[in-house]
Design a protein around this ligand. Structure first.
Ligand SMILES: C[S@@+](CC[C@H](N)C(=O)[O-])C[C@H]1O[C@@H](n2cnc3c(N)ncnc32)[C@H](O)[C@@H]1O
Length: 267
């Protein structure tokens, strides 16, 4: 599914500051800036001949579909609930699978909205390191901006967001350039072939993100880069159970997802 074509615009009553901000987004993403004036999003998109408008408002930056079906914007999804579960002793299966503790380092190869990365950043604390790569340029730009600016109280979530180092890039290209054993854990959360997520949040990310299947080589490179293990999120009993280097599978209670842990054949 190709990503929607889009322009950048503002809310209808934009001041000079907002307009300047929108022009910066347009330049950064290499797409046209179109003044909104008093027009509706469908009108602006119709005249420009695109499917969506990245709309810069004082409230947020979001990709609004011209047909009114959806708006994609950055938010922490279930991260706050997951931190609550961690703090109240209910556990957090992704952190258990990674074996994460303070000071550890994680490379997230499929960053998306970075909800998993922020949970990891809280677990590794200020002495740890979480770096994430996102292949889609618009998703990456919105995640980088959101991690730097989103405000939320409690559970150290905002501090954790600020510590995630988000970058635009394809993990298939990045991993071969990284040093052997340079991260404790390398993590992947590719889109499942058949979605089991009922959340609107994941549906809107599916519309933008990259769907190409990760190559077998990426797991070989990940195992070289990971000191401890490679962890892959999948639907329960999904395809990665068949990987020859599986050392354990961590699932959460009645959850429909699980985390496959690959041991490092280089250690
Ligand atoms: C299921 S989402 C990840 C969600 C993420 N774990 C979170 O917590 O928000 C998968 C993401 O990986 C990205 N992706 C897919 N293949 C990639 C690749 N080769 N390199 C980097 N990102 C990739 C997609 O564009 C999408 O944003």
């Amino acid at each position: 599914m190709p990503s929607p074509t889009y322009i950048v615009t503002t809310s209808q009553k934009a001041d000079a500051v907002l307009r300047e901000e929108a022009e910066l987004w347009a330049a950064r993403l290499g797409v046209p800036f179109v003044p909104r004036r008093a027009r509706s999003i469908p009108d602006v998109c119709g005249v420009a001949g695109v499917e969506a408008a990245l709309t810069i408002t004082h409230l947020r930056v979001g990709l609004v579909m011209a047909d009114g079906s959806d708006e994609y914007f950055f938010h922490p999804n279930m991260a706050r609930m997951r931190l609550h579960n961690m703090d109240s002793g209910k556990g957090e299966p992704m952190i258990t699978a990674m074996g994460l503790g303070p000071g550890d380092s994680v490379l997230d190869g499929t960053l998306g909205r970075a909800a998993d990365a922020m949970v990891a950043a809280r677990a590794v604390g200020p002495d740890g390191l979480v770096v994430g790569y996102e292949a889609d340029p618009l998703v990456a730009a919105l995640t980088i901006h959101g991690l730097a600016t989103y405000q939320i109280d409690g559970r150290g979530l905002q501090d954790a967001m600020r510590r995630v180092q988000a970058r635009h890039g394809d993990c298939e290209e990045i991993l071969p350039t990284l040093a052997t054993d340079s991260f404790d854990v390398v993590y992947f959360d590719p889109f499942f072939e058949h979605t089991i997520e009922q959340s609107q949040a994941m549906a809107s990310l599916r519309r933008l993100g990259q769907h190409r299947e990760l190559s077998p080589d990426v797991f070989v490179e990940a195992a070289r880069v990971a000191r401890r293990c490679v962890v892959i999120k999948q639907r329960k009993a999904g395809p990665y159970n068949a990987h020859p280097d599986v050392i354990r599978v961590v699932g959460g209670g009645g959850s429909r997802i699980e985390y496959v842990v690959l041991g490092d054949p280089f250690n």
